[in-house]
Design a protein around this ligand. Structure first.
Ligand SMILES: Cc1cc2nc3c(=O)[nH]c(=O)nc-3n(C[C@H](O)[C@H](O)[C@H](O)COP(=O)(O)OP(=O)(O)OC[C@H]3O[C@@H](n4cnc5c(N)ncnc54)[C@H](O)[C@@H]3O)c2cc1C
Length: 297
């Protein structure tokens, strides 16, 4: 039995700890913040869980399978339907009512739809498994949110006795362990760094999560224009803000301004319906390897 130290209690750290525990190692996790979850944390505001931008779970992917393995109750998933996503000025993402457009799309002769598929399936990254999943209705909104998945993993680790200590900032490593910002040495046979640092160049995006007390998208699952996507989580999963909209928006390069511009253009008056919101001017989506966690973690 090895003593394995996992640095970071984001989704990667929690999954790594679960795997090490299953491999019969003695595991413990150190997290620098007070709260676990990393980019998967949510903020409870006026009764709504606001996250860091839209997250769609790959149904049948590695993360989904791990969560199913450790939980008694399966997470509630609802698929984003590509024929309910509107590309501004171009029609639906999957034009099922237009055989001509559908053919052009399938033959790869529709670059605007191709870009929109890349935007929604991988938030701009080319990820063939997620592209395929989107078109088959297997990219899903999780009823309890991404942070719900974090909660399930964390409580399972607690049940099996894997300790998670927060407020521990690891600043250095030495052969045989790590050193905290307070200069304390912590020994381990093996250290797994799951601190969210990108391996390649970071890919940054901007996000806005906003709950509105009305439904201006009228049942559409999403709206796309250029490099901006607006996903209505409440239209996809009834557990999210029933009777309202929960718009989770992402912009690849135009900043928060481009998200607000699209909202102003298509959902005029949205500002006077805001219940609550959370924004990130710049957050790391992934790195230049272009992977998201749920299929590979
Ligand atoms: C807008 C957006 C949409 C996304 N959509 C999806 C999606 O649909 N599907 C998907 O799979 N992924 C998606 N992602 C990516 C996903 O959020 C990340 O891949 C995942 O959360 C990263 O988890 P992580 O554990 O690697 O890193 P993080 O979540 O960043 O966690 C790292 C943890 O390590 C801690 N830490 C850092 N340094 C130290 C230190 N020195 N000492 C101790 N602790 C430390 C941090 O505090 C943090 O808690 C999306 C990301 C964004 C921004």
């Amino acid at each position: 039995m090895k003593r394995v130290l996992v640095v970071g209690a984001g989704i990667h750290g929690l999954v790594t700890a679960a795997r090490e525990h299953l491999a019969n190692n003695q595991v413990f996790i150190l997290e620098k913040r007070k709260k676990i979850g990393g980019r998967g944390t949510s903020e409870n505001s006026f009764g709504h869980q606001l996250e860091h931008g839209p997250h769609l779970l790959l149904k049948g992917g590695a993360l989904h399978n791990m969560v199913k393995k450790v939980s008694k109750v399966k997470p509630s998933l609802r698929p984003l339907r590509p024929h309910k996503v509107m590309i501004v000025g171009h029609g639906m993402l999957q034009p099922i009512n237009s055989p001509k457009q559908m053919l052009a799309f399938k033959l790869g002769q529709d670059p605007i739809r191709d870009d929109a598929v890349r935007l929604i399936s991988g938030w701009g990254q080319d990820i063939p498994s997620r592209r395929k999943a989107l078109l088959k209705g297997k990219l899903c909104v999780v009823g309890e949110g991404w942070s719900g998945l974090i909660g399930r993993l964390a409580s399972t680790l607690e049940e099996v006795g894997v300790p998670i200590q927060t407020g521990m900032n690891i600043v250095d490593r030495y052969e045989g362990g790590v050193i905290t910002s307070k200069g304390v040495k912590i020994e381990a046979d093996e250290v797994k760094m799951c601190d969210g640092s990108p391996v390649g160049e970071p890919v940054k995006v901007s996000t806005l999560d906003v709950v509105l007390d009305n439904q201006p998208l009228k049942g559409l699952h999403g709206l796309v224009k250029g490099e901006v996507a607006i996903i209505d989580l409440a239209a996809i999963h009834s557990r999210k803000a029933p009777g309202m909209s929960h718009l989770s928006c992402i912009s690849l390069s135009g900043g928060l301004e481009s998200i607000e511009e699209l909202l102003d253009e298509r959902l005029s008056g949205w500002r006077s319906h805001i219940v609550t919101k959370r924004e990130n001017k710049s957050i790391t989506l992934t790195d230049s390897r272009g992977q998201l966690s749920d299929g590979i973690i």
